[in-house]
Design a protein around this ligand. Structure first.
Ligand code: NAD
Length: 478
């Protein structure tokens, strides 16, 4: 049985509680590893290490910090196969997807911020008799807390800018998918990251996570996860005046107008609905279709969805792997039942799948539901699984109203070839990210994040480096 340890001051350690938790391979439903279940003493120890390392790391030259981050990127790239396999076993996602997206992106995150820090500058404002210049300093010890859906991808998306900016870090991956965070600590050792600069604490959110939120020395928390936990963290951390970046849930509309490039839209919509088993915060789970295209889209979409092979994540032709955990599998099933109770008609899918030899894994057919009111619970609450609804609309105004009817506001996908319509709809949808005639087309320099219950703050590019630094303005009169 593999054992996953904390990483404190460059050492791999059990929790001081001596407790560990099962880690389950969702494709089989079997326990395959044990992970440390940390407590507040472990967080205190991680803080002591990070605090002691801060002076050295924050005074390390930009060139040297950049060199180490880019070395980590290179090592991730060179271990692509091992890391992708670990991610697939831990999370249930297709192996090809981890190889194509998750692990390359984890490497890009370190490479991007290793380079970005060499270009990061602060402002100066001059007057005839004075000059103001702004110094941006690292904050100190910061925390990064990440979810299970894109484990290494999102873990590194936070850690890389925090380290690049000169902070030392306490990072907590999801207890559901801790493996690649553990493997990353070995890569950091190999890359020569000084001891204590990155510390990784494993375990349950309400134990080690709460200890992080409550820790008086931690200056900032960058959190990605559910809206419920984000609100909880904010309630603890805000009165302690910690800086907070919250990337939370979504219920994203995919608005399809009749004047779109139909073939491209159809192909991308299958992907934006079911990639990673629908467990991407940016998946378009509410498909809104202009009525004159509605019947054609329904039938063409269902034909394509029925072709998606569900099964063993390690098989090359698998398009939909296992859901991440039994609890999540049951949650998604409960939403399919709710959709039926709310009057929805299941056009395809809706059933549990039991692939041969993997009968205890957590598989659900990609599911397409119609005939639901646009503002019912199925259409407004985050399901975060392979489930989408299709709803017709008649006018642009109606599409915008439907798009904005949830408490969430992360992203929106828009399909039209009309430039003016693109401008109007993009301006009026309450989201942080709009994709027009594309989906998940990411440029790491752009601000990433949501509005309403989808979060506070932006990640990406210089936004992230600004979050992880504190500006101090200095005014000199002469
Ligand atoms: P979650 O909120 O349950 O857990 C996220 C992380 O927070 C985990 O590491 C967990 O251990 C930790 N945590 C849990 N309770 C905590 C507490 N009391 N204090 C501190 N930390 C605590 O989310 P999840 O189920 O792992 O992930 C799915 C959610 O993440 C979905 O809602 C999804 O939309 C969201 N998500 C958002 C984005 C984005 O960029 N906006 C990206 C990916 C996922």
């Amino acid at each position: 049985m593999v054992e996953i340890f904390n990483y404190i001051n460059g050492e791999h350690l059990k929790s001081t509680s001596n407790e560990s938790m099962d880690v389950i391979n969702p494709s089989t439903g079997e326990v395959y590893a044990q992970v440390a279940n940390s407590n507040s003493t472990d967080v205190d120890n991680a803080y002591a290490a990070a605090n002691a390392a801060f002076e050295g790391w924050s005074n390390t030259s930009i060139t040297e910090r950049s060199r180490i981050l880019i070395r980590i990127a290179d090592l991730i790239e060179s271990q692509l196969d091992t890391l992708a396999m670990a991610e697939s076993v831990d999370n249930g996602k297709p192996l090809w997807l981890a190889k194509k997206v998750d692990i390359p992106r984890a490497s890009s995150n370190f490479r991007f911020f290793g380079n970005a820090i060499t270009q990061f500058a602060s402002e100066s404002h001059s007057n005839p008799n004075s000059i103001n210049y702004t110094v941006r300093s690292p904050l100190g010890v910061v925390a990064c807390i990440s979810p299970w859906n894109l484990p290494l991808y999102l873990f590194t998306w936070k850690i890389a800018p925090a380290l690049a900016a000169g902070n030392t870090v306490i990072a907590k991956p999801s207890e559901v998918t801790p493996m690649t965070a553990y493997l990353l600590t070995k890569i950091c050792d190999e890359a020569g990251l000084p001891k204590g600069v990155l510390n990784v604490i494993h375990g349950q959110g309400h134990r080690s996570g709460d200890a992080i939120s409550n820790h008086k020395g931690i200056k900032a928390i960058s959190f990605t996860g559910s809206t419920k936990v984000g609100a909880h963290i904010a309630s603890i951390a805000a009165p302690k005046f910690k800086k907070l970046s919250l990337e939370l849930g979504g219920k994203n509309p995919n608005i399809i107008f009749a004047d779109c490039d139909y073939d491209k839209m159809l192909k991308v919509t299958v992907n934006s609905s079911f990639a990673n088993q629908g467990q991407i915060c940016l998946c378009g789970s509410r498909i809104l279709v202009e009525r004159k295209l509605y019947d054609k889209f329904r039938s063409d979409f269902v034909v394509k969805v029925k072709h998606l092979k569900v099964g063993n994540p390690l098989a090359e032709d698998t398009k939909v792997g296992a859901l991440v955990s039994k609890a999540h599998f049951e949650k998604v099933q409960s939403y399919i039942e709710l959709a039926k109770e709310e009057g929805g008609k299941i056009l395809c899918g809706g059933n549990v799948v039991k692939p041969e030899g993997l009968e205890n894994g957590y598989y659900i057919e990609p599911t397409v539901i119609v005939d639901l009111p646009y503002n019912c619970r199925t259409n407004t609450e985050e399901i975060f699984g392979p489930v989408v609804t299709i709803t017709p609309f008649d006018t642009e105004e109606e599409a915008i109203q439907m798009a904005n009817c949830t408490d969430y506001g992360l992203s929106c996908t828009l399909w039209t070839t009309d430039l003016n319509k693109t401008q109007r709809v993009s301006k009026n949808v309450d989201v942080g990210i709009v994709w027009v005639n594309t989906w998940l087309n990411r440029d790491l320099r752009t601000p990433f994040g949501g509005v309403k219950n989808s979060g506070v703050g932006r990640e990406g590019g210089f936004e992230a480096l600004k979050f992880f630094t504190e500006p101090k303005n200095i005014c000199i009169e002469f």
